[in-house]
Design a protein around this ligand. Structure first.
Ligand SMILES: NC(=O)c1ccc[n+]([C@@H]2O[C@H](COP(=O)([O-])OP(=O)(O)OC[C@H]3O[C@@H](n4cnc5c(N)ncnc54)[C@H](OP(=O)(O)O)[C@@H]3O)[C@@H](O)[C@H]2O)c1
Length: 280
């Protein structure tokens, strides 16, 4: 049920993206013209790294920004606590604050108990970090939203989450194609071209279908109406086991290791290994 709702009109925003106002405006205009009702859309937003002390105040602000009575999913964006938004200035050593995920999670639970979100979850958490949180969570996380595409397949995390009934949602499912920080390596891979040609689909559609068949929901982003429409045409055909075998062999390389969240002095993570608990 959650997967169905996540693939069907899912809007993914975050407090750090500065897109909540625009999304809320578009949604409310669609509600008023009766194009869709509130129940037809699934809205996710995420706690900023600077807001761990007060998730309730954060979600209230998000709801005001979006003129909504509730969101469907509220995520902790990163397992990191900062003094200053990382988008404003490059992160400095003095920006890191001690992280107490237990108290952050209690604040997230309060948001849900207050009816301000239908579900709560995580983003960019490793299996080990989720395991730690499950020891004290009164409400277990519904979702972990993580980088996932054929070049970062997240097998270990998916297995762990399946076992614990946590839904995985894939960000950058197109590996940030043509973006300054992204990479075209997957789409340019001749194997991807071969599979796409065989099915009469685009390489982007093969990437999106692949993730769907792995049981995750996904968040492809496009500013182009033709590509947005193309990205929805993935529900009435399937990949073969041979296609999966070929994609399974793709070299694994994470797009966004998040080195900026690691330092040897003030970050809770001295190394990337510690940030991702070996899932790197
Ligand atoms: N939780 C997190 O930490 C986190 C981090 C990053 C992202 N996210 C979420 O994930 C979403 C997607 O991530 P993303 O934008 O970084 O990566 P992405 O969706 O993998 O890649 C977007 C890029 O792919 C291009 N594209 C889209 N459809 C295409 C198609 N059919 N053919 C060819 N190119 C296509 C887009 O270009 P055009 O616009 O020109 O089509 C854009 O340059 C974000 O919007 C955000 O909601 C979450």
């Amino acid at each position: 049920m959650l997967l169905f709702r996540l693939v069907n009109r899912h809007f993914d925003t975050a407090r750090i993206y500065s897109s909540e106002h625009a999304l809320g405006k578009a949604l409310n205009s669609a509600f008023q013209s009766e194009l869709v009702s509130r129940e037809d859309v699934f809205v996710t937003t995420k706690l900023k790294n600077t807001e761990h002390d007060d998730p309730v105040a954060a979600i209230e602000d998000s709801l005001t920004n979006m003129q909504l009575g509730y969101v469907d999913l509220f995520l902790i964006h990163w397992p990191i606590k900062l003094r200053t938004d990382e988008t404003l200035t490059p992160i400095k050593e003095e920006d890191f604050l001690p992280l107490d995920i237990k108290s952050t999670w209690q604040g997230m639970e309060q948001c849900m108990e207050m009816g301000r979100t239908k579900a709560i979850g995580l983003s960019n958490f490793s299996s080990k970090k989720i395991e730690g949180l499950l020891k004290y969570a009164k409400i277990p996380p519904a979702v972990d939203q993580v980088e996932m595409h054929p070049q970062w397949q997240q097998k270990k995390l998916r297995d762990y989450c399946n076992k614990h009934n946590i839904h995985v949602s894939a960000w950058a499912p197109l590996r940030g194609h043509n973006k300054s920080w992204g990479s075209n390596e997957v789409m340019d891979n001749p194997v991807m071209q071969e599979i796409a040609q065989k099915h009469g689909k685009t390489r982007a559609q093969v990437m999106l279908r692949w993730a769907l068949e792995k049981g995750v929901s996904e968040l492809p982003k496009s500013y182009n109406t033709g590509r947005i429409s193309q990205n929805f045409q993935i529900f009435d055909w399937s990949l073969t086991p041979d296609d999966h075998d070929k994609i399974c062999k793709f070299e694994q390389r994470k797009l966004l290791p998040a080195e900026n969240f690691v330092n040897s002095t003030t970050s809770p993570y001295k190394t990337l290994e510690e940030l991702w608990d070996g899932e790197i």
